[in-house]
Ligand binder design. Structure first.
Ligand code: THU
Length: 159
C-alpha cells in the first residue's frame, strides 16, 4: 500500500494588491451579482471571465421554480462566452457572491458541475485558467482548476 498526497494551493490577495486588469475583473464579477435571478435562494452570484483578446463576459445565477434547472453564474458566463466567441480561450474567471447581508466574507468556490466545465475549458484551449474567488476578507487566486479538482475525469480517461 502506498499513500498518495495531492497538494493544492492558492494565494490570498487584498483587493489593493491585485493588478489593474484583475481589479477590473473582480469589480465586474461583483457588479454581475446585480443580474442574478435568485428569488428562491436570495443568494446572488456573479462571474466575470476574460478571454485571450481581453474581452470580458459576465454571468449571473439564474434560478427556476423547478430547482434543478437553475444555472450557476460560472456556467452562465462560460456558455455565453463559448456561444459568442468559441475560438477564444478563457484566461481568467472571477467569482463573487452576495447573501442578504452583502458580499460574502469568505469567498465561495465553484460547485462540482462548474469545476468540471472549467476543467473542460482548460483542456479545450490547452492552457490554465486563473480563478479568483472574491470575498470581503480577500481574493483567493488559484492558478488552475486542477487545484480544485484533483483526480478529475477528462477525455483521456476514456481512451
Ligand atoms: N451558485 C452559483 O451560481 N455558483 C456557485 O458556485 C454556487 C452556487 C448559485 C446556484 C443557486 O442559484 C444559488 O447559488 C444557491 O445555490
Amino acid at each position: 500500500m502506498k499513500k498518495v498526497i495531492i497538494k493544492s494551493e492558492f494565494s490570498l490577495f487584498k483587493f489593493e494588491e491585485l493588478d489593474d486588469v484583475l481589479k477590473i475583473l473582480v469589480s465586474k464579477a461583483i457588479d454581475a451579482t446585480d443580474n442574478s435571478y435568485s428569488p428562491y435562494s436570495n443568494f446572488k452570484v456573479g462571474a466575470a471571465l476574460q478571454l485571450e483578446d481581453g474581452t470580458i463576459v459576465i454571468g449571473a445565477n439564474q434560478e427556476n421554480a423547478a430547482f434543478s434547472v437553475t444555472m450557476c453564474a460560472e456556467r452562465s458566463a462560460i456558455f455565453n462566452a463559448q456561444s459568442n466567441h468559441p475560438d477564444l480561450a478563457i484566461t481568467t474567471i472571477a467569482i463573487a457572491a452576495k447573501n442578504v447581508n452583502g458580499l460574502v466574507h469568505i469567498p465561495i468556490s465553484p460547485c462540482g458541475s462548474c469545476r468540471q466545465v472549467i476543467l473542460e475549458m482548460e483542456q479545450k484551449y490547452k492552457r490554465n485558467i486563473k480563478i479568483l474567488l472574491c470575498g470581503s476578507e480577500g481574493i483567493y487566486v488559484i492558478n488552475s482548476i486542477k487545484d480544485l479538482l484533483p483526480l478529475s475525469f477528462v477525455d483521456e480517461s476514456m481512451r
